[in-house]
Write a protein that binds this ligand. Structure first.
Ligand code: 5GP
Ligand code: ZN
Length: 126
């Protein structure tokens, strides 16, 4: 799938989506890094000392709405998280990647996003 910046802009304009607006800078956020396809920014309500969200610039729904045609973006998100972790020097100390999907996971935003949490030993209990 080849998407120009213009196509992404037009498609995202049609979506009334918080993360589309963050990707297009219509809504400000603390951006950590950005490339042609992805934006990494700080979560507004951090659950750990480091809590970033990695999103594709193009609007895609949650994992449950995706198919094989989206595999490049899904793998790209994970590889972007790995790249950010390396830059933040947390590859060795560790980090957690989370996709929240649907109500029971507490998903709030319907734009594909990967949480990256780190900066302290993270509990794993529910
Ligand atoms: P979800 O629960 O859908 O997996 O995660 C959505 C995340 O987006 C939450 O952790 C929430 O704190 C974060 N969030 C919601 N609104 C904003 C916002 O306006 N700016 C930023 N930076 N993060 C937001
Ligand atoms: Zn969106």
């Amino acid at each position: 799938m080849s998407l120009t910046v213009e196509k992404i802009f037009v498609r995202n304009l049609l979506m009334d989506c918080l993360f589309c607006k963050i990707a297009s800078k219509e809504i400000p956020s603390e951006i950590i890094s950005e490339d042609e396809k992805f934006v990494v920014f700080k979560d507004i309500n951090p659950k750990a000392p480091i809590h970033f969200l990695i999103i594709p610039k193009i609007h895609l729904g949650p994992i449950s709405a995706l198919g094989a045609e989206d595999k490049e973006i899904i793998s790209g998100l994970i590889l972007k998280a790995k790249e950010v972790a390396k830059k933040m020097d947390i590859s060795e100390s560790g980090y957690r990647l989370i996709f929240n999907i649907g109500r029971d996971a507490g998903m709030e935003v319907d734009h594909l996003h990967l949480h990256l949490l780190a900066g302290k030993p993270l509990k794993f209990e529910f």
